[in-house]
Write a protein that binds this ligand. Structure first.
Ligand SMILES: *Cc1c(COP(=O)(O)O)cnc(C)c1O
Length: 450
């Protein structure tokens, strides 16, 4: 898209007053397109102010924390905050039951235990996710079986799930990565067909929807994280949603040292083994306050992200992540796109990221291929796994542990974080301007051999 004088001025609010008044005094035809030098080559940066900081809090949070502190009821056994939060989050999502946990990793771990996933079972997972999705399967001494990624959406390739199912498969653990939804229709139908439960990792997908209903409410259970970076945040925290009352009770029991909600006999009566994965009352109080901001923040992210996509899709070599047709709401925890260096004169992604940072736009390269992590091979070759799994299963696991599409995605991915979408439309213009500037000067950036 050629830079007309009008669009140049309109879309470059970071211009200094001197430059813009100079530009304004020149006749339109004299302004030459794309002359602004990339900051990495000594030009001035597109943006000098920081993006909106995260988290956002105010008096509401201060009051909530102070009240909980002063109440002296800091634990869910004596206080009401965790219960209140569970009810509020349950209503917000439309689930029948909600259990708050210490964090998202705990939510997943407690769910696997509640669902009866045992050592020696297999769980189908994506390789493109935060490490916790895989770690919880390993903590359970189950075998994570990787299904390749759909590079268009960054989500697990639902068309490849069925082929990964074997006699030991007990669960599918798809992730709603970045806040977009994985292809739930296909995954749920494969699960139903084979009698295998689906555990949704919705740790990045607060308020995201599939066909008008909140993600995390479709599977046997759905897990959320309230860790500091997440769209709903209390520093640490997590939750499990389920429509299955008995599963809710089993999860409660497991997360509460084996002591269930409905266990007869009260204290020191146990209905199973367990762990302590409880939420703290201060976290719940903070979440209740943060929840009052969630809807508006989420709408703001969507507005900005949709606008940014309309700008970025015009730039050669930039391919924004697509959404499945069933994804009716994206939480935009991450704004993800593919960077194809052939659209940028062969400029490596690492240099592109450096050039972008120099323009004042922070971006990340994202995940590395988890299925190729050396620690994974070590875990699977450990004594425990060799005792639990037949030799041929472990050998075949190694042979099939290839995700070529994911390898490609891990080479091309670029992310922006959710807080960058809490500002204005002109912030988006600046992101697009910076990328466009780098694209126009990619050849020079290549030659400078940075
Ligand atoms: C954040 C996250 C988790 C883990 O949540 P914690 O609260 O950090 O334990 C799990 N899965 C995904 C996809 C995540 O993004």
């Amino acid at each position: 898209m050629p830079w007309t004088r009008r669009s140049f001025l309109k879309r470059t609010p970071a211009l200094s007053a001197a430059t813009s008044s100079l530009a304004a005094s020149l006749p339109a035809a004299k302004v030459v397109d794309g002359t602004a030098k990339p900051a990495l080559l000594g030009g001035s940066k597109v943006r000098s102010e920081a993006f909106p900081s995260w988290p956002i809090s105010g008096e509401l949070e201060e009051r909530a924390l102070q009240e909980t502190l002063r109440s002296g009821k800091w634990y869910r056994g004596t206080g009401q905050q965790t219960k209140k939060f569970e009810e509020a989050f349950r209503q917000l999502t439309g689930a029948r039951h909600c259990l708050a946990t210490a964090n998202g990793t705990s939510a997943l771990y407690v769910s696997l235990n509640g669902m009866g996933i045992e050592p020696g079972d297999e769980v189908i997972v994506p390789p493109y996710t935060f490490i916790a999705t895989i770690n919880v399967v390993l903590r359970q001494y189950a075998l994570p079986v990787f299904v390749d990624t759909d590079v268009n959406t960054f989500q697990i390739d639902a068309n490849k799930v069925e082929a990964a199912i074997g006699p030991l498969t007990k669960a599918i653990l798809p992730v709603h990565l970045g806040g977009s939804a994985c292809d739930l229709d296909s995954i749920l139908s494969v699960g139903r067909k084979h009698g295998i439960s689906v555990l949704e990792d919705a740790c990045q997908a607060h308020l995201a929807e599939w066909r008008g209903r909140k993600v995390g409410t479709y599977g046997t259970a759905g897990c959320f994280s309230f860790q500091a970076s997440k769209n709903l945040n209390s520093g640490e925290g997590g939750a499990i949603l389920t429509n299955d009352e008995q599963l809710h009770e089993r999860c409660y029991t497991f997360h509460n040292n084996g002591s269930g909600l409905k266990a007869p006999g009260g204290n020191f009566a146990y209905s199973g083994t367990g762990d302590n994965r409880r939420m703290v009352e201060m976290e719940a109080a903070l979440l209740l306050a943060q929840m009052t901001r969630l809807e508006e923040q989420s709408r703001c992210r969507t507005r900005n992200a949709v606008y940014l996509t309309s700008l970025l899709k015009e730039i050669p070599g930039i391919i924004p992540a697509q959404m499945y047709e069933g994804c009716t709401r994206n939480a935009y925890h991450l704004y993800m796109f593919r960077y194809r260096k052939d659209g940028f004169a062969g400029l490596p992604r690492a240099t592109f990221l450096k050039a972008l940072a120099a323009e004042g736009i922070p971006a990340s390269r994202g995940y590395r291929p988890l299925n190729r992590e050396p620690f994974l091979k070590m875990a699977v070759e450990s004594r425990a796994y060799r005792k639990l799994f037949p030799e041929n299963i472990l050998r075949e696991w190694e042979e099939h542990n290839e995700c070529p599409a994911n390898n490609q995605l891990c080479e091309e991915a670029v992310w922006f974080t959710q807080n960058m979408f809490l500002g204005t439309k002109s912030d988006m213009d600046q992101i697009a301007d910076a990328i466009q500037k780098i694209q126009k000067h990619a050849g020079e950036l290549m030659k400078q051999a940075i």
